[in-house]
Design a protein around this ligand. Structure first.
Ligand SMILES: *Cc1c(COP(=O)(O)O)cnc(C)c1O
Ligand SMILES: [Zn+2]
Length: 402
């Protein structure tokens, strides 16, 4: 791993990539692995490859171990002509990340985080999460045969605990401030040799680059004008942006799409800072949204997302819970059942179009980050119905009602 470095996204200070470094010790900002300048797709039998094998030249600091893969990535990019017409955009695609091993894009970053932990010789990994990341780390920890620690809030309901517990990690409910738990986990990790693969650690962000590589390949390198990402900590949007840049460096595409950072109005610290012309984000007090997966009130990569999208002409937008629920229904009618957070990109496009902030001539890809089955409480918002009749009346029931 010699010569490969992490850099501070703000002050550019370098850190070795063969140790765990999460944030800059000078300015507390996010670190990032240096970009690949010249990589090549490893062509060959897709059915035989893992994402790490296909894109291994873009991960020079990791040893590829197919044993750790659960078949993450290579998710479908589904075009919807009907919704493109309805919203008035040229082309609309959904990158369906619900089809990952634990039903969200988190698996891509968990895989690269686990590979880094193994490369550094760690036997223990962990995370702090209440949602998709906890499930993902628990699954990959088991697959890689690592001792796995998951810290969750004391108040977490058992229907959310069990989908984590089933993978057999050390699952610990912790009483106290959840924001502090994140920092405490890093301290405990240091003391106990546990590699915490939290929300935006550099080697988690690395894995998210593969989302961009796949979109390029799936569109035969005719990239979209915009990629819309529901954003919480900011790890995913950073990784996707970096992936497109690396494909540009490598000559696969000649320009990168613009990123749209989409948040829920009930928790939109990055969108708010942008529209208030602030240099830095500030804590979003009393967050409240149905999109729980993107409810981080003080995203650790928030400032970097602001800097990056400002530099590259990205777009910031937030949408209400009502708009999110509407978009969730629209997506389901296209055959894709997303959790509320994952319907945010579609809601964002609808809103930007209605406000004429998109001309209608754009080709757009929305990242559908996670499955609707992860949050069944949202069913209540949809007024869902079923007919009801006796067997001998079924014929007349249909004739009368449909
Ligand atoms: C984690 C998550 C997000 C947000 O990703 P960040 O990297 O935290 O910005 C969005 N949608 C779903 C379903 C998630 O699980
Ligand atoms: Zn710094």
């Amino acid at each position: 791993m010699k010569n490969i470095k992490l850099f501070c996204t703000k002050c550019n200070k370098g850190f070795p990539a063969d140790q765990i470094h999460i944030i800059c010790d000078e300015c507390n900002e996010a670190l990032e692995l240096e970009s690949v300048q010249q990589g090549k797709i490893c062509e060959g039998n897709l059915l035989e490859q893992s994402i790490m094998q296909r894109y291994k030249e873009f991960f020079p600091s990791l040893d590829i171990d197919k044993e750790v893969s659960l078949g993450e990535g290579f998710t479908p990019l589904v075009e919807s002509k009907r919704l493109a017409d309805k919203l008035g955009v040229k082309k609309l695609y959904f990158k369906n990340e619900t089809q990952n091993p634990t039903w969200s894009f988190k698996d891509r970053g968990t895989l690269t985080g686990v590979l880094h932990a193994m490369k550094l010789g760690y036997k223990k990994i962990g995370t702090v999460s209440t949602g998709n990341m906890a499930v993902s780390v628990a699954a990959y920890g088991s697959k890689a045969n690592l001792e796995t620690f998951i810290f969750v809030n004391r108040t977490m309901a058992s229907e959310k605990l069990n989908p984590i517990a089933i993978y057999g990690p050390h699952l610990i409910k912790v009483e106290g401030d959840y924001g502090n738990l994140y920092f405490e986990s890093l301290r405990i990790g240091k003391e106990n040799d546990i590699y915490f693969i939290n929300s935006d650690v550099p080697f988690r962000v690395e894995g998210y680059k593969t989302l961009a590589y796949e979109i390029c390949e799936q569109l035969n390198f005719e990239i979209p004008d915009y990629v819309v990402v529901p954003t919480s900590a900011g790890g995913n949007i950073r990784g996707i942006e970096k992936g497109f840049e690396e494909f540009k460096n490598s000559g696969y595409i000649n320009k990168a799409p613009k990123m749209i950072c989409a948040q829920a109005s009930g928790c939109s610290p990055i969108d708010r800072a942008y529209h208030n012309n602030e240099e830095n984000i500030s804590r979003f007090e009393n967050p409240k949204t149905i999109a729980h997966a993107i409810e981080n009130p003080f995203p650790p990569s928030g400032n970097q997302v602001l800097r990056k999208l400002r530099e590259k002409g990205g777009v910031f937008v937030s949408v209400s819970d009502a708009e999110i629920v509407t978009a969730q229904a629209m997506l389901a009618r296209e055959g894709i059942f997303a959790q509320p957070a994952s319907a945010v990109p579609l809601a964002a496009i609808k809103k930007l179009r209605e406000e004429n902030k998109l001309s209608g001539d754009e080709k757009i890809a929305c990242v559908v980050t996670g499955s609707g089955l992860k949050y069944t409480a949202a069913f209540e918002k949809h007024n869902l119905k079923a007919g009801d009749c006796k067997l001998e009346e079924l014929g007349s029931f249909i004739a009368e009602n449909y």
